[in-house]
Design a protein. Structure first.
Length: 163
């Protein structure tokens, strides 16, 4: 299989937390492994998961994903998993120490940005050390985006006139 098809295969099977990018300013990103049950893996491969409203926390030297929802797998019958259970995240000790020191600072939270499968087929979560945006920050971001769109439109019409 070519590298291009690997990239498209992994990009198709990812769950993105769009609200995290809108509501938080991400300063640093970490990639963590995810401890899942068999039925959770099948549901995740079918993109039956939500990250909105979830967060990660460090308890007793381990990192946990709280509030994420992975829907029950319909073909699993009685051997299904609870949808909103707390899931363990796999990180190196030095990463956990770095995250812990940042979380002790005022205003930082650990937010899951996306869930995906890597090239080896392992479930991963991309975590972001984030600080909440204020309302005026969001407005400035919207204004900049609209300004870029207006510039792109005017450049497009200008190019048409030249031809």
């Amino acid at each position: 299989m070519s590298k291009d098809s690997d990239k498209t295969r992994t990009s198709q099977r990812q769950i993105i937390n769009k609200k995290a990018y809108r509501n938080y300013e991400i300063s640093e990103k970490f990639e963590a492994g995810l401890v899942l049950l068999g039925t959770e893996v099948k549901s995740l491969r079918a993109k039956q998961a939500e990250l909105e409203g979830s967060y990660a926390q460090v308890r007793e030297g381990q990192c946990w994903l709280v509030g994420s929802k992975i829907s029950p797998y319909p073909q699993a019958s009685i051997h299904n998993h609870p949808p909103e259970r707390t899931r363990k995240l796999l990180l190196h000790k030095r990463q956990i120490k770095k995250i812990t020191s940042k979380l002790e600072q005022r205003g930082f939270t650990l937010v899951p940005l996306r869930m995906f499968f890597n090239q080896r087929g392992l479930a991963k979560v991309e975590l972001g050390l984030a600080r909440g945006k204020r309302k005026y920050d969001k407005r400035v971001q919207i204004e900049r985006r609209e300004l870029k769109r207006d510039i792109a439109r005017s450049m497009k019409s200008y190019r048409r006139k030249i031809k």
